[in-house]
Write a protein that binds this ligand. Structure first.
Ligand SMILES: [Zn+2]
Ligand SMILES: [Zn+2]
Length: 261
């Protein structure tokens, strides 16, 4: 495939300024990276946190975007298992060290030395992007439409939470209704669950974080919650800030019918 030398990209240069359309050189993949032609890149709330300066350590200038769907067009010489032509998804987590306490305990989403797509490394608001091959998801060829892009962040957050709930649970409460819940509710309805959207005021002692989720340990007993509306599913934010907004250590808070009354 003949590749262009230049590409167009939307570039974040300064807080308070709109993204700028720029002509940029096509990025060159290193030995462990793939070059991907972007099909679509979703917009996440975290992108807005970055552009508004609330996540204040971005690479600058930066190409934001971390819900990337694309087709591999070139691979580095050490890349294995991914070939040109493959459809891949590129998420927020762009690299982890493999050495810190979190990486060693299977929680690489909290890696102390992580790199983040569209934050510390360039993302997908461009015609092409590069990514470490071990941080790409190979996707089935039927995922070539833009509707697949939000799965790369909102879907990654929501689905593990949903799967932590008991498979037999018929009544699911979703609190913090954003992109993740928007995807999960479709799965839940497909699986014939009864779904209830919850507001903070319906959860005694709950506290809103900026990302709209329940802070760990704050939910407390849900005494007023109807017996037939359990379990609850909470999307839990990180313990400190939005720094790892998309790397939420997912924890489903399950309440049996007995516990909820
Ligand atoms: Zn995100
Ligand atoms: Zn690490």
């Amino acid at each position: 495939m003949e590749l262009p030398k230049m590409m167009q990209a939307m570039v974040f240069e300064e807080i308070g300024k709109p993204l700028a359309l720029k002509e940029m050189p096509l990025p060159e993949p290193t030995a462990y990276q793939v070059l991907v032609k972007v099909i679509a890149c979703g917009i996440c709330r975290t992108d807005l946190h970055i552009i508004d300066g609330e996540l204040n350590q971005p690479k600058l200038p930066l190409i934001p975007g971390h819900e990337i769907l694309g087709q591999v067009v070139l691979i580095g010489e050490q890349v294995s298992g991914i070939e040109p032509g493959d459809i891949v998804g590129i998420p927020w987590l762009g690299y982890t060290c493999g050495k810190c306490k979190y990486c060693k305990s299977g929680k690489e989403n909290l890696c102390e030395n992580a790199e983040f797509t569209g934050y510390t490394i360039d993302g997908g608001y461009a015609q092409y992007t590069i990514a470490h091959y071990q941080y790409c998801f190979q996707l089935p060829v039927n995922y070539t439409g833009p509707e697949a892009a939000p799965l790369l962040c909102a879907g990654l957050i929501g689905y593990p939470s949903y799967r932590m709930a008991n498979n037999h649970a018929q009544n699911i409460g979703l609190y913090g209704f954003g992109a993740a819940a928007h995807i999960i509710i479709q799965i839940a309805i497909h699986e014939r669950k009864k779904v209830l959207r919850l507001h903070a005021r319906e959860i005694p002692q709950a506290s809103n974080s900026h990302s709209g989720s329940v802070l760990p340990g704050r939910a407390g007993p849900i005494r007023s919650f109807p017996k037939n509306r359990t379990p609850l599913l909470f999307l839990r934010p990180p313990e400190n800030s939005f720094q790892k907004h998309c790397m939420i250590p997912i924890k489903a808070v399950m309440l049996s019918a007995e516990e909820s009354i």
